[in-house]
Design a protein around this ligand. Structure first.
Ligand code: SAM
Length: 282
């Protein structure tokens, strides 16, 4: 009998991947965790029934959430990642020669442990104890509150706004994020799909716009996530992605990111512009 792992993307829509082997199924203090090999996406991490990452398409997500904000900043020295327990965002961030420290704070030590055991390609920087990387197990909300004026780039690589991730989508959290950044700092958060999760996308954009002088949305096509059309909300104190010109050379190879993507990711279709700015703004 065929076995499938299923994400209920909405009450009316499921995405199922045929499983070849379940490698881990259990519960941490925070969430249900599943690691499975699948025919279409390769090895996958699933938290509380929501697909988090897969070997086949993780590069699109991780390169998008890391390289776009990091290349927007001319000299990013200190990077903070909230969530990101699979290690993929950390793996990409440490590749920038200008980056001196990467601090990752995930609430769930079990996700980190399982990523190291079962997803070595993604968790490489954690597995190899990269000297730039410090991994902390703790609540990203509390960590943000006590950080002041230190990080050049903050990446919120979180799960959806249910369970432990809920507080990462609030006005207070974005205020604390603003305070944790340096005077020209940049913040980015994964904010689900502008096709499937319009209320969330609009609400986050409106909160971030209230706090940051520059707020932009960018997209990437990520096959594993609902509708494939995924977005990231970026708040910046100074640099505007719409005015970007390359300030430093990329010294490493990427599979998704390039200088064209740095610009084109911010080009939005009209229905997304309408959602963020209202139809009158076009
Ligand atoms: N790429 C993924 C996505 O968009 O679905 C996110 C992957 S990453 C595995 C999400 C991580 O956020 C999980 O490991 C989870 O433990 C962590 N997380 C959720 N709430 C958190 C919180 N309040 N503080 C820190 N980490 C949190």
């Amino acid at each position: 009998m065929k076995e499938f792992v299923t994400e209920h993307q909405s009450p009316y829509l499921d995405l199922s991947a045929e499983v070849t082997e379940i490698l881990y199924r259990g519960k941490s203090d925070f969430q249900d965790i599943l690691v499975a090999d699948t025919k279409e996406f390769g090895r996958m991490l699933v938290l509380d029934g929501v697909f988090q990452t897969s070997i086949k398409d993780e590069f699109i997500y991780h390169e998008s959430i890391v390289h776009i904000p990091l290349f927007l900043h001319p000299n990013p020295k200190h990077v903070l990642i909230i969530g990101g327990g699979d290690g993929g965002a950390a793996r990409e961030a440490v590749r920038h020669p200008e980056v001196e420290t990467v601090t990752m704070v995930d609430i769930d030590g079990k996700v980190i442990e399982l990523a190291k055991e079962f997803l070595p390609e993604i968790s490489r920087a954690m597995l190899e104890d990269d000297p730039k990387l410090t991994v902390k197990v703790g609540d990203g909300i509390a960590y943000m509150k006590q950080s002041k004026n230190y990080y050049d780039v903050i990446i919120v690589d979180c799960s959806d706004p249910v369970g432990p991730g809920e507080g990462l989508f609030t006005y207070d959290f974005y205020k604390d994020t603003y305070s944790a950044l340096t005077a020209d700092g940049i913040f980015v958060q994964q904010t689900e799909s502008p096709f499937m999760h319009q209320k969330l996308v609009k609400d986050v954009f409106s909160c971030v716009s209230d706090i940051f002088p520059v707020t932009r949305l960018y997209t990437a096509f990520i096959p594993l996530y609902p509708s494939g059309m995924h977005c990231f909300t970026l708040g910046s104190k100074h640099y505007d992605p719409l005015q970007w010109t390359p300030s430093r050379r990329r010294s490493f190879a990427t599979r998704y990111y390039n200088e064209g993507i740095q610009r084109s990711a911010f080009v939005l279709p009209n229905f997304v512009k309408d959602l963020l700015y209202g139809a009158k703004a076009r």
